[in-house]
Structures are given as C-alpha cells and as structure tokens.
Design a protein around this ligand. Structure first.
Ligand code: HPA
Length: 240
C-alpha cells in the first residue's frame, strides 16, 4: 500500500507517532531516542522511521511547516496506516511573560487564524483540543522529572498561526490576555485532524524564542539538539 505522500507498507508504521516539524530532527530522534529504528518511507525527504521506545513500537515522522503540510501527513497516518496517536514535538515562540526560552509548553488546546476551526462545522468554531489521556500522561511525566537546564513546564493553550512573519503586536497582546502561552504553526491542524479521524493528539513544545524578549533565542543547532526534555514528555504522552 502507499498514499500520495507515504510509501511504507501496511504494518510498517507504529500506532504511536512522534511528529517533529523538521525531517532532520526526525532522523535524529530515530537515531538517538528510538531503538532499532528503520526507515520505512522517504517521500519528499520526509523520512518515516519505525523502532521501539521502552519496548513499545513507535514511529517518528516530520510534519513539515504549517497546518497545510502537517494535515497531509497526519490524515494519511490516521486514515490509511492505522495510527492511533500522534504527538507533535516542536518549537514555539513565547507569548506569555511567564514563559522563558528553553521552557517546555504542553498544549492542551490551540487557537488559530486558520480556517481549519470552521471548515468542517459551518457557523461554528471547533474547539481544537488535545487528547485528555495523552495530556495527563505527559503532564504526569513532566511533573515527576527534573528538566535539563532548569527549564520549567507550562500547560495551557498555544496559538497556531498560518503566518510566521505576521508580526502583529495587538494580536500577541490579545492572546497573552487570554492566557495563551506560545505561538507555533501546526498544533491546531493536528488537533483538527485527530478530531476528524477519531484519533488522539498532543503537542509538546520547546520555547525557542520569545515575542517580547529577543535576548535569548536558541540557535538553529541548539533547536535541533536540545529537545531531550520535550521528547521524554511527548513519549510519555504517547504511551499513556
Ligand atoms: N512563530 C511561529 N512559529 C514559531 C515561532 C514563532 O515565533 N518560533 C518557533 N516556531
């Protein structure tokens, strides 16, 4: 079997999938975090790797950037490959002043300027929310561990924007006022796909930069290598 964007055989992708944005990060997670990971699909350089984590089959596959790209991979995994749970593991910009660079945000819900929230329910805005069981598993893990580099864990809503370069201070201000922790570009699409396909999803983010405080941004290299905290929390969400 194959889909337009995945060439793995039936059964080659685990029911539990870690989903970073960047294909290089997916390869790195496969090498360093999973055991005996094998490449099972590589369409458009989006490698899908399947191995095990703590004895359970687990796959890792990148989403690419943005809701449009993520929704293609998430839908094909849920609908055609029998995937039950996807945990996005990515980066975000901090919105709340309580959030610092290197902290971890577990996204219990996602606000968005994408029309994915109204596309399937005309006249109604869908609540785009994480799986409760995955969220509980991830939060339990996060609260029981000592995070590297003194990072803190925050649980709350994130904002999934369709535009990386839409620098609207008024929008960020409004989102901060209603308790939004950070901005990224995929979580809302993942939660919508999970709802549509009757599956489960969660988002665990490392804060790589801050909208209000540009002093401590992580370098591209740091972004790729320093996600140990978030990965452990994400995997616990998948296994919960
Ligand atoms: N905006 C959107 N997506 C992001 C950001 C940001 O500031 N940082 C990391 N992903």
């Amino acid at each position: 079997m194959a889909t337009p964007h995945i060439t793995a055989e039936a059964g080659q992708i685990a029911e539990l999938v870690l989903m970073p944005g960047d294909p290089k990060r997916a390869a790195r997670i496969a090498e360093t975090f999973l055991t005996d990971a094998q490449l099972v699909s590589d369409v458009r350089g989006i490698g899908c790797y399947t191995g095990t984590y703590q004895g359970s089959p687990m796959s890792v596959m990148a989403s690419g950037m943005g809701i449009a790209s993520l929704s293609i991979y998430a839908t094909e995994l849920f609908r055609f490959y029998g995937v039950k749970r996807i945990c996005r593991v990515g980066t975000c910009g901090g919105i709340s002043p309580a959030v610092k660079v290197r902290d971890v945000i577990i996204g219990n819900a996602a606000h968005t300027n994408s029309n994915v929230s109204t596309l399937y329910t005309p006249g109604v805005t869908m609540s785009l929310a994480a799986s409760f069981d995955m969220l509980r598993g991830a939060v339990d893990q996060a609260r029981s561990m000592e995070l590297a580099e003194g990072a803190q864990v925050h649980v709350g809503p994130v904002y999934s924007s369709d535009f990386f370069y839409l620098n609207r201070a008024d929008v960020a201000e409004g989102l901060d006022r209603v308790g939004t922790l950070g901005v990224e570009m995929e979580a809302a699409g993942l939660y919508a796909c999970a709802a549509l396909e009757g599956a489960e999803a969660l988002t665990v983010l490392t804060v790589s930069d801050h909208l209000k405080d540009g002093s401590g941004d992580m370098s591209a290299e740091e972004r790729e290598t320093s996600f140990g905290n978030a990965l452990q929390i994400a995997a616990a969400g998948l296994l919960a």
